[in-house]
Structure formats: C-alpha cells, structure tokens
Design a protein around this ligand. Structure first.
Ligand code: ADP
Length: 337
C-alpha cells in the first residue's frame, strides 16, 4: 500500500516529491503579503519541462505577484521557488540568464525599429556581432516580421508589437519563458497567432512556458493549469482532469426566488446546490433526467434550465463556491465595499 496522502488539489504528495526533480519550475509553500493583505497563500506546484503551464485566476487572485517572484522582481514573504534548479531570491542572475520574460507592461521601444529593439536586448545578454545579427534575423523570421525589421515599432499593430516583445524575450535562448497575460488587448486573430507560436516553441525547442491568464479559452489550451483564487491554489491538473473531477453534468435553474428554490430542491431531492444571483446550480450525473424531475416538481418557480458538461468555470465554482465573472465584470476578489 502506498503511504501517500492526497492534497486538497487532488495530487498525491509522494507523487509530488518524485516529480520535483523533473520540474523546470518548482514552487513550494510560497506566500506573499503586501502589508496586511495576503496576495499568495502557501502556494505549491511544479511545472514540467517543455510543458505549457497556465496560471488561471480572476483579477486580484495573485497571478502577477507570483509572476514577479518567479522573474526575480520581488522577494516572497516566505516559501521557496526554483527555476531550472536556481533560487530567484538567492541566485537571481542565474535565473535571469535562463528565463525569457514577457511582462504586462510594454517593454519595446516604439521609437526604435524591430531589429534595433532586438539588438539592444541582445547586448544586454552579452551577444554581439555576427552571431547577434544572425539571431535577430532568425527571431524576426520566427515571429513573421522579417519584412518589417527596419520599420519603427510605433507603426506596428498591437499583435505585431507583442510579437516583437516575444522575440525580445527569446533572443538569449532561454529554457523557460514566462508571460504575464500576454494576449491582453489583442484581437482574436492575434491572440490565436500568439498561442500557435507558443505551441511551436514548446514542440520544436522544448521551451517550458508559464503563462498567466484570466481567460478560460486560453486556459483550455494549456497542458496543465494551476487555478488561483484569493492567493490560494484551488486546482491543479490538466484542463480535462480538472473538469472530470466534477461528477457528471452541471445543471443550472434560473428562478426569481433562487434561494427558495434551492431550499426546496435540497429538501425534496437531498442534493447539495449553490446559489449565485438568480441561478441555482448543482452537479449531478444523468443531468437531463434530474433536470426533468426538478422541472416537474417546481415548474412554476423555474424560468429556465440549462444542462451542460463541466467547463473550467464550473471547476472554479466547485472549488471556491463563487463565480469567476459576474455580470460581465470580474468577480470581486477584493472584499466588497
Ligand atoms: P492578479 O495578477 O491575479 O490580478 P495580483 O498579484 O496583482 O493579482 O494581486 C493580488 C492581491 O495583491 C490583490 O488583492 C491586489 O490588490 C494585491 N496587491 C497587488 N499588488 C499590490 C501592491 N503593490 N500593494 C498592495 N497590494 C497589492
């Protein structure tokens, strides 16, 4: 019998330890406070070599804080991180040499050409002469900007500027690429492009990619995900694994008096359900059959019903009890005022 215990995220601890040695990024009991505010609360996970790993969470969930710690820009209150074996606090230069960073804030100089931006970046990493020129040409080719190499970046579209950022982040051949919400402000075409490029980078060069996002469709594209809420890790696994841990279907009933309906469903059917605004939500196998039974019992109280396979948003609700988004805005991760 294995003596491993299962953590709240569903990962066996022993399995965790075995894997630590193969991980490109290792985060252990990482905690960060800004004054009294806890932004990261004992977060632990590992990112395997050459995987695309997503940090998914609503605004304020701690993604940027974690990103800043991993990229050596901030020292955590406690806990440890390792990037390809190096500690960002104690060995920041070793880490910086091995990581490429695409931060949220624009880092390209729009008054320079694409090639000049890459030239400056290359110099920062000690590259020069013909090898640097070759590398610049190679990178511009990769991000499909060869024909715009000598144009000022200010004449580029948002997607093209982001591609220059990406090329900048990769000029020194890092083995780990970290991107903080890289598709913010990009149109759907440019967003898709960037993801195709990340796929290619991982497949052809074995680069490990860690990307933060608050977009479910992006999270779906990751090999594995860590889901954050209020600085806590509330889910870890592949998108399919996370969704499959929800038993069966997700059923939502829309009702004017949702709390009343929820109480009656609990009493009559003995099932657990949650209420968000005017929606009663529950998880159940054979959802259509159960939904029909509820409709028959409380027809007059239900305005609409929806039965669906679980999404990542359902995983988030299942783990936190609250929605990722509400009414088109971000679920209040801050205490409500
Ligand atoms: P995300 O990137 O997921 O939006 P952040 O890491 O930016 O989350 O923020 C996590 C929490 O820390 C939030 O409650 C946020 O308000 C708080 N926070 C972030 N930066 C600071 C700061 N410089 N000073 C104080 N609180 C901060």
């Amino acid at each position: 019998m294995s003596s491993s215990t299962t953590s709240p995220t569903g990962l066996a601890e022993a399995e965790n330890k075995d894997e630590a040695s193969h991980n490109s990024i290792e985060v252990q009991a990482l905690r960060h406070q800004y004054g009294e505010r806890v932004a990261l609360d004992e977060v632990s996970f590992g990112v395997r070599s050459a995987e695309i790993f997503g940090l998914l969470g609503p605004n304020g969930s701690g993604k940027t804080t974690l990103f800043r710690i991993l990229t050596t820009l901030m020292v955590p209150t406690s806990g440890q991180a390792r990037i390809v074996g190096f500690d960002p606090v104690k060995q920041p230069n070793e880490v910086r040499r091995r990581i490429g960073v695409v931060a949220q804030a624009q880092s390209v100089d729009v008054k320079l050409t694409a090639a000049e931006n890459l030239m400056h970046q290359g110099h920062l990493y000690g590259l020069s002469g013909t090898p640097l020129k070759r590398r610049i040409a190679e990178m511009l080719e990769r991000v499909r900007l060869s024909d715009r190499a000598n144009d000022l970046v200010e004449t580029f579209s948002g997607g093209m500027q982001r591609r220059v950022e990406l090329a900048k982040g990769l000029i020194h051949r890092p083995s780990v690429l970290l991107l903080d919400e890289p598709t913010t402000g990009l149109d759907p075409g440019a967003r898709r492009d960037l993801w195709l490029y990340l796929d290619k980078l991982r497949e052809q060069e074995g680069v490990t990619v860690l990307v933060t996002t608050h977009l479910m469709e992006e999270a779906e594209r990751c090999d594995r995900l860590a889901i954050l809420s209020h600085g806590k890790l509330v889910g870890l696994g592949t998108p399919a694994e996370l969704k499959s841990r929800i038993g069966g279907d997700v059923i939502q009933f829309e009702a004017e008096h949702a709390e009343t309906l929820a109480t009656r469903i609990r009493q009559r059917f003995g099932v657990e359900c949650s209420v968000n605004d005017n929606l009663v939500r529950l998880e159940r196998s054979h959802g259509h059959r159960f939904a029909a039974d509820v409709m028959e019992a409380f027809a007059g109280e239900i305005r609409a019903v929806n039965v669906s396979r679980p999404t990542l948003e359902d995983v988030f609700i299942n783990r936190t009890g609250h929605r990722f988004w509400t009414e088109g805005r971000v679920e209040a991760e801050e205490p409500r005022r």
